[in-house]
Design a protein around this ligand. Structure first.
Ligand SMILES: [Zn+2]
Length: 333
C-alpha cells in the first residue's frame, strides 16, 4: 500500500472525529440544567493561580452566587458573565476570605456598567451588620457618585439572615442551607441547590460533617473544601486547630464514599508546604484515592465550569487574552 491512501484515510478520520465530538458537545449543552462556575478556588493564601472562594450556580436563567472571595468580580468578567447581572448572593459564613470581594461587586458594576438592580443577600446572623459596615466604608461614593446616570436604587442591599432549611425558592430553583462546623467561622452553612431533578451541594468551609453527606446523597456534584499540609506540618501540635476547621483529603474521601455524587470537585483549596500548581494537586488527589474514594474526582481550577444534565461535563478554563473590555453600560462580550 502506498503512503497516500493511508494519509488520506487518517485525515478523513480526524475530520469525522471532530464532527462527532462537536455534535456530542452540542447535545450536552442543550440539556444543561445546572451550570456551575468555579470562579475562585482558593482560601485566603496567596498562590499564583487561585483567587478567593466564589462559586456561581446558574439554573433556569437565575444566577446565584455563593460567597465573594478576593477577585470575584474579575473572575465573573473572565468567565463571560457580566458582573451587573449577578445580584443574588449567598454567604456560607462571614470569614473575610468569603466576603472581601463583595464591595467591588456591589459598587463597580453599579457606577461603571449601569446596574439598576439592588443586591439581595442571604447569610448567617451578622450579615446585616457586615453590609452596614460596607456602606459606611463607601460613604464617599454614596454621597458623591449618585447622579441621574447612576441612580441610588442599584446600591440597595436587601439582607436575609438565615437559619438552616429552604432559604430560596423561585421558578423551580430551590436553595437549602444546612449547618456545618468551621470552628471560629461558625455559624457556617453549606448549601444545596436543586433544579429539574438535579442537585449541586457546596460544603462551605467545614471539617468532616454528616450534613454534607446527607445533603450530598445522590447529588450530581459536590464541591468540597480541602486542606492539605506537608507531612511535617500535619504532625505539628500547633497546626491541629487549623486542620480541624477544614476537611483533609482523607476526610473528604469518606464524604464522597458515603454520598456517592456523580462528580466530586475540590474548591477552597488550602495548602501549606506543598508545591503549587499541578504537582500539589496531584498530592491531594493521591491522598483522597489512598483513603478509598475511587469515583469521579476533579481538582477545581479558577474559571472551570461544570455543566450538569444527563451528563456531567467539566469545561476547562477558557483563554482570556482576547476578551473585549467591559467598560461601559453598553459593552457586551
Ligand atoms: Zn475560607
Amino acid at each position: 500500500m502506498s503512503l497516500l491512501p493511508t494519509y488520506f484515510f487518517r485525515a478523513f478520520a480526524v475530520v469525522l472525529m471532530l464532527l462527532t465530538s462537536g455534535q456530542a458537545n452540542e447535545a450536552k449543552t442543550n440539556e444543561t440544567k445546572l451550570k456551575v462556575y468555579l470562579l475562585g478556588t482558593g482560601g485566603p493564601e496567596f498562590t499564583p493561580n487561585r483567587l478567593g472562594y466564589a462559586t456561581l450556580v446558574e439554573a433556569n436563567g437565575q444566577k446565584l452566587l455563593f460567597d465573594t472571595g478576593r477577585g470575584v468580580t474579575q473572575r465573573l468578567y473572565e468567565s463571560r458573565v457580566n458582573p451587573k447581572e449577578v445580584t443574588q448572593i449567598f454567604f456560607t459564613h462571614l470569614h473575610s476570605d468569603h466576603i472581601d470581594g463583595l464591595p467591588t461587586l456591589w459598587m463597580t458594576p453599579w457606577f461603571l456598567l449601569g446596574r439598576q438592580q439592588p443586591l439581595e443577600v442571604w447569610g448567617p446572623a451578622g450579615t446585616t451588620e457586615m453590609v452596614q459596615g460596607m456602606r459606611a466604608m463607601f460613604g464617599h461614593d454614596l454621597k458623591h457618585r449618585v447622579n441621574e446616570f447612576n441612580p441610588p436604587g442599584g446600591l440597595n442591599v436587601a439582607v436575609h439572615e438565615i437559619r438552616d432549611g429552604v432559604v430560596y425558592q423561585r421558578d423551580g430553583v430551590r436553595v437549602t442551607a444546612f449547618i456545618v462546623q468551621h470552628g471560629d467561622g461558625n455559624p457556617a452553612f453549606g448549601y444545596r441547590i436543586d433544579y429539574a431533578g438535579h442537585a449541586v451541594v457546596l460544603s462551605g468551609d467545614t471539617t468532616y460533617n454528616d450534613n454534607v453527606v446527607r445533603q450530598g446523597q445522590g447529588a450530581d456534584l459536590i464541591v468540597h473544601n480541602v486542606i492539605a499540609f506537608s507531612d511535617r506540618l500535619t504532625r505539628l501540635p500547633e497546626m491541629q486547630g487549623v486542620l480541624a476547621k477544614l476537611t483533609t483529603p482523607q476526610q473528604a474521601a469518606e464524604v464522597f464514599v458515603k454520598a456517592h455524587p456523580r462528580l466530586a470537585v475540590f474548591s477552597h483549596i488550602v495548602t501549606k508546604e506543598l508545591p503549587t500548581g499541578e504537582e500539589g494537586d496531584k498530592i491531594i488527589l493521591e491522598r483522597t484515592r489512598k483513603a478509598g474514594y475511587n469515583g469521579p474526582l476533579q481538582m477545581g481550577q479558577d474559571r472551570m465550569v461544570i455543566e450538569i444534565g444527563n451528563q456531567v461535563v467539566v469545561v476547562p478554563p477558557q483563554p482570556t487574552e482576547h476578551l473585549p473590555a467591559l467598560d461601559s453600560k453598553d459593552s457586551t462580550f
